[in-house]
Design a protein around this ligand. Structure first.
Ligand code: 5GP
Ligand code: ZN
Length: 114
């Protein structure tokens, strides 16, 4: 997707603070962090929303969770906990249409979300 912000970050056309990278996903610091740890995990494959995830993408989406858990562990969040969120479309507040898993950690969080 030529006009996608996260594809541009993936391709190095827009700078970001890369946290983790492998052959399936890329993780970088959120530009507007909502907690001491706020990292975005994006598949290298462009997928616009969760509505567009196919059966073929199951391993890719699962991979985002294992990568996020690894980074959470490295940063010492495993025991106290953390939140993993993937927003879909307008009501959930999705603003970048390339799926991404938010890893938010380092402070207590309320539930339900606003
Ligand atoms: P969404 O609202 O779509 O679930 O999350 C999009 C996230 O991307 C937001 O938390 C926002 O702060 C982050 N974001 C938007 N533009 C940029 C950018 O250029 N660089 C980085 N690192 N994060 C961004
Ligand atoms: Zn994209």
């Amino acid at each position: 997707m030529s006009n996608c912000l996260f594809c541009k970050i993936r391709d190095g056309l827009i700078p970001s603070k890369i946290v983790y990278r492998d052959d399936v996903c890329l993780a970088f610091e959120d530009i507007n962090p909502q907690a001491p740890t706020h990292v975005l995990f994006v598949p290298l494959k462009h997928i616009a929303t969760v509505n567009d995830v196919t059966m073929e993408d199951r391993e890719t989406v699962g991979h985002l969770y294992t990568a996020a858990a690894k980074v959470a562990k490295e940063r010492g969040h495993s025991e106290k906990g953390y939140r993993l969120v993937m927003n879909c479309n307008e009501d959930a507040g999705q603003t970048v249409f390339h799926i991404h898993l938010h890893l938010v950690a380092g402070r207590p969080m309320g539930w339900p979300p606003g």
